[in-house]
Design a protein around this ligand. Structure first.
Ligand SMILES: NC(=O)c1ccc[n+]([C@@H]2O[C@H](COP(=O)([O-])OP(=O)(O)OC[C@H]3O[C@@H](n4cnc5c(N)ncnc54)[C@H](O)[C@@H]3O)[C@@H](O)[C@H]2O)c1
Ligand SMILES: O=C(O)CC[C@@H](O)C(=O)O
Length: 630
């Protein structure tokens, strides 16, 4: 850690705190007044004009104080509110304020009456806070401000800093133009535009560096900090139009997130994945060894769906890339669609509907049946299959199921010992087996011939599970009475033209892989998967990872956390611990989980450590990835 002679000059409003204090004061004093909203909006407008240098600061202050209508007693309430509004990354980095207390100043066009008590908690005494002061009348009403204070004048911060005549490199950290001008005037050496709470174009465009949080500022200056690598430097790429909430959730946590509406080809992804730490996909994007080799920074792949066979899970593991999915979020959506399709098929609704669209009235009961009392055969009694079983029974169907695993029957469902048993008894067969490649052509000519004449087939699992030419023949011959198909052996990456031999056949419901595409499911996925991702990035938790040894970790305070992923070879833990011992690390906790290929060990150690240990741990033979958390 480099400690050069520097002075750090912080702005207060929207930098140390998330808000503009006078706006908060206005909210309080105008509470209950009929014109409150207009006055608050007016105050905010005047504040912004002042910050952006559009009107003189003195003018902005005068106008705002007049509109505020505040009293001395309101200031205590304001301080209480502001304490709750300290910028998140400022609050998380008290160590910096403790350690560099003598070098930190606040220069603000706000007011000492509320700034002093707030920043005192960050070790900044009143004599290093330069700000305005209010004028009160004898009843305690705020009636003005000390006009002789240089900070009450236009560009007063420049003059204030000049008078301070600080030694060493002077760095200004603030969100507004009035902070930048100190650098422009040559009084400060560097200006950091602080954008954690508000992003002001004018300040950001003129900054030496844009700091989305204090972590970034501390990282750039190699100063003590709560996390070793600022989150804004962690790049997340979300493909395939995942729900916008995922973007919100991850951005809110401080990551840099890019959204792409569609899937990318292997070649496109090989280029795009460079420098990306987290990749979010759905079912279309193939994460191949070539993609994983190009992914120089990749830590996690989030599958925003159930299926994960589009990802080379084993190769990802070998590269130390953890994969998460959302195993239950869209289950209900698929089940509801299956229920709808069972009814639609058994009533021949789509045939009647198509006829009527074409102008043909065909009121008939031919081939139209109630589902009550009919036999539903569920193949694959997993999360979806089981839930379908329960809802179908509620409709009065008799449920049969077949699974390669030994699954307990729910309700009155009957287990079949063989697929043939199930096929021979079912009026409707619904496929819900997993996306294992071994299930290719699971339903072909032979299995179709084992079905009842005129039975219906539903496939909401994976396209390759059904031999499509065999199904087409059976639909044409009438062996199969109808089908609902949502998934196809080959599906396009983007919305547009699509062809299948199933098109144009009567009583065939075709949908474009939308079994899980409901607002509810996508919203749930957009919270579930980002939570898994954040837990891994922020704490190292791999609970529910689909390709990685699972570890659930406590959040560690006042300690550094080392994450080490390695090939699972004999003696490696001894090597890691030899290195830790050599560098005199005081281990406060160690957690290990392994599978036959990789080991994942987390070591929590006391705060101070020799940075050389990181190099030494990276150099331990068979290391796949090493990361320090905080
Ligand atoms: N259409 C969509 O939009 C959509 C949405 C969600 C899930 N899915 C797909 O639905 C399928 C089921 O999802 P799930 O969450 O219920 O999965 P799951 O893993 O919970 O259940 C799958 C079940 O199939 C069984 N199985 C696997 N191969 C089998 C075989 N050859 N014979 C009999 N049983 C077999 C497994 O033992 C397991 O019980 C998956 O393929 C998934 O990708 C599609
Ligand atoms: O949303 C998708 O692209 C896939 C939906 C479904 O097949 C799944 O695997 O969850």
């Amino acid at each position: 850690m480099v400690e050069v002679a520097r002075k750090y000059v912080f702005d207060f409003d929207s930098t140390l705190t998330q808000v503009e204090a006078l706006d908060v004061l206005a909210e309080m004093t105008l509470q209950g007044k009929s014109n409150k909203d207009e006055v608050v909006a007016e105050i905010q407008h005047i504040t912004n004009l002042g910050i952006d240098g559009e009107i003189s600061f003195t003018e902005s202050l005068e106008k705002r104080i007049k509109l505020l209508d505040a009293h001395r007693d309101d200031l205590d309430r304001l301080v209480t509110e502001l304490r709750k509004k300290i910028s998140k990354s400022i609050a998380a980095n008290k160590e910096f304020f403790d350690k560099f207390s003598d070098d930190i100043y606040v220069i603000s066009c706000g007011f000492k009456e509320f700034i002093d008590p707030i920043v005192a908690e960050y070790n900044i005494p009143p004599d290093r806070v330069y700000a305005n002061t209010f004028k009160f009348d004898e009843d305690g009403n705020i009636v003005g401000f000390d006009e002789t204070n240089v900070l009450a004048t236009h560009n007063g911060k420049i003059e204030c800093l000049k008078r301070l005549d600080l030694d060493g490199e002077v760095q200004v950290i603030g969100d507004g133009y009035s902070d930048y001008v100190m650098r422009e005037a040559g009084i400060a050496d560097k200006f950091f535009a602080y954008t954690e709470n508000v992003h002001r174009e004018k300040a950001a465009n003129n900054a030496d560096h844009v700091a989305p949080n204090l972590d970034e500022f501390l990282f750039v200056n190699d100063l003590p900090r709560n996390i070793s690598y600022p989150k804004n430097r962690i790049k997340i790429l979300l493909l395939e139009n995942v729900h916008h909430d995922a973007f919100e959730n991850l951005s809110e946590d401080g990551f840099s997130v890019e959204l792409v509406k569609h899937s990318l080809t292997e070649e496109e992804l090989v280029e795009k994945v460079k420098g990306i730490h987290v990749l979010g996909i759905r079912s279309k994007t193939q994460v191949t060894p070539k993609v994983l080799d190009a992914a120089d920074k990749l830590l996690v792949v989030g599958a925003f769906c159930i299926g994960t066979k589009q990802i080379d899970l084993e190769y990802a593991k070998k590269r130390g890339v953890v994969v998460f999915n959302a195993p239950y979020s869209n289950t209900r959506s698929v089940v509801e669609m299956a229920i709808g399709q069972i009814i639609m098929l058994m009533r021949n609704i789509f045939t009647r509907s198509t006829e009527l669209h074409q102008g043909q009235w065909n009121k008939t009961a031919a081939n139209a049946h109630e589902v009550r009392g009919k036999n539903l055969g569920i193949v694959g009694y997993g999360n979806i299959g089981k839930q379908l079983s329960v809802l179908a029974e509620a409709l009065g169907m008799k449920v049969y199921y077949y699974d390669i695993e030994d699954k307990l029957a729910l309700g009155n469902a009957r287990k079949c010992d063989t697929l043939e048993d199930l096929l021979s008894v079912s009026d409707v067969v619904s496929l819900h087996i997993d996306d294992n490649k071994a299930n290719k052509n699971f339903i072909g000519e032979r299995e179709i011939n084992q079905m009842r004449d005129g039975a219906h087939l539903i496939n909401l699992s994976r396209g390759f599970v059904v031999d499509i030419p065999a199904l087409v023949d059976a639909l044409k011959s009438g062996k199969i009475g109808g089908a609902a198909i949502d998934v196809y052996p080959t599906e396009p990456r983007i919305n547009g033209a699509f062809e299948t031999e199933l098109q144009g056949l009567p009583n065939v419901i075709l949908t474009p892989h939308i079994g899980g595409s409901t607002q509810e499911a996508q919203k749930d996925i957009a919270s579930f998967v980002p939570n898994k991702i954040m837990n891994y990035i922020n704490s190292g938790n791999t609970v529910d990872a689909v390709n990685f040894p699972n570890i659930r970790l406590p959040k560690q305070q006042n300690a550094h956390r080392f994450l080490h992923i390695h090939k699972n070879v004999p003696g490696i833990m001894a090597h890691i611990n030899e290195v830790l011992a050599k560098y005199d690390m005081n281990i406060t906790g160690q957690y290990l989980s392994t599978d036959s290929d990789v080991g994942y060990v987390i070591t929590d150690i006391d705060k101070d450590y020799d940075k050389e240990v990181m190099k030494a741990l990276r150099n331990v033979e068979h290391t796949i990835k090493f990361r320090v958390l905080y």
